[in-house]
Design a protein around this ligand. Structure first.
Ligand code: SF4
Length: 259
């Protein structure tokens, strides 16, 4: 029996891997990473160091396109409800690899979802049928992210730098179409050049599609409106109020596939 951990580069997937290794032995564990090709450079440092420390087999998959290339192909910019990037760059390649290498009765899959996110578990289980999926971090001892980071640093490995900058996840280099205004405001503050690249990509897609579309939405006079990254930046630069509590979250590997 092999134990395959969906190794996203996030601290939760590392903590889950450590629990799986403790239970089943490193020789029976595979760390599976799917690369969106817009990952933060420090994610690769984190993966390299933790893979070496665990001594597990490691598999990197890359579909070959970035999220923006997927949006162009689909003629649709991802948003908090529909993220084709997650489906096509994460879920599909992982599923294909698992099916090519294992039958449902000779592997178990693991995700780093923790006890604060258990509402996500039923859809993951449903999506992976007939494969069995387990969630080590949803069980005792319950750890929060800072406790997981403390455990990581105890073994001499530095946390991914995006966490130090205050990002909630370590996916897609601090970008995420599922994220909200507060998350993108952080990206603008911490990595303005990276924000500018995504702002330019969004503008390019709006021209390409010839439509008023955007990743973010805002509510004006009780109505939802598009809210481009450019508008967000201009509002922040003009000290206009934005919704800093709109953080959003990444559902890579987790949510139901988008069509
Ligand atoms: S982190 Fe966000 S942008 Fe990146 S693949 Fe996942 S849903 Fe898409």
């Amino acid at each position: 029996m092999k134990h395959v951990v969906m190794y996203s580069g996030g601290i939760g997937s590392w903590a889950a891997a450590k629990r799986v290794i403790a239970q089943h032995g490193k020789e029976n564990v595979i760390l599976l990473f799917t690369d969106t090709l817009i990952e933060d450079e420090d994610l690769y440092r984190f993966i390299d160091e933790t893979v070496e420390e665990t001594g597990c087999d490691y598999v990197r998959l890359a579909e070959g396109r970035t999220p923006w290339e997927i949006f162009k192909h689909k003629r649709f910019i991802g948003n908090s409800r529909i993220a084709q990037c997650s489906h096509m760059l994460k879920q599909e390649p992982a599923r294909k690899w698992v099916e090519e290498n294992f039958s449902p009765d000779n592997c178990i899959l693991y995700l780093g979802i923790d006890w604060t996110e258990t509402h996500r578990i039923p859809s993951v289980i449903k999506n992976w049928v007939p494969y069995k999926v387990e969630f080590p971090m949803a069980h005792e001892p319950y750890l929060d992210k800072s406790e997981m980071i403390a455990e990581l640093e105890l073994i001499g490995i530095k946390q991914p730098r995006l966490y130090e900058m205050g990002f909630a996840h370590n996916n897609c280099g601090g970008f995420c179409v599922r994220a909200g205004q507060g998350h993108f405001a952080r990206l603008l503050r911490e990595m303005p050049e990276r924000f500018a690249e995504h702002e330019a990509k969004e503008e390019e897609m709006r021209l390409y599609l010839g439509k008023d579309v955007s990743i973010l939405k805002r509510v004006r006079n009780g109505r939802k409106q598009t809210y481009t990254l450019r508008q967000l930046r201009e509002d922040i630069e003009a000290n206009q109020q934005i919704d800093m509590f709109d953080i959003g979250g990444c559902g890579c590997f987790v949510d139901a596939p988008a069509s």
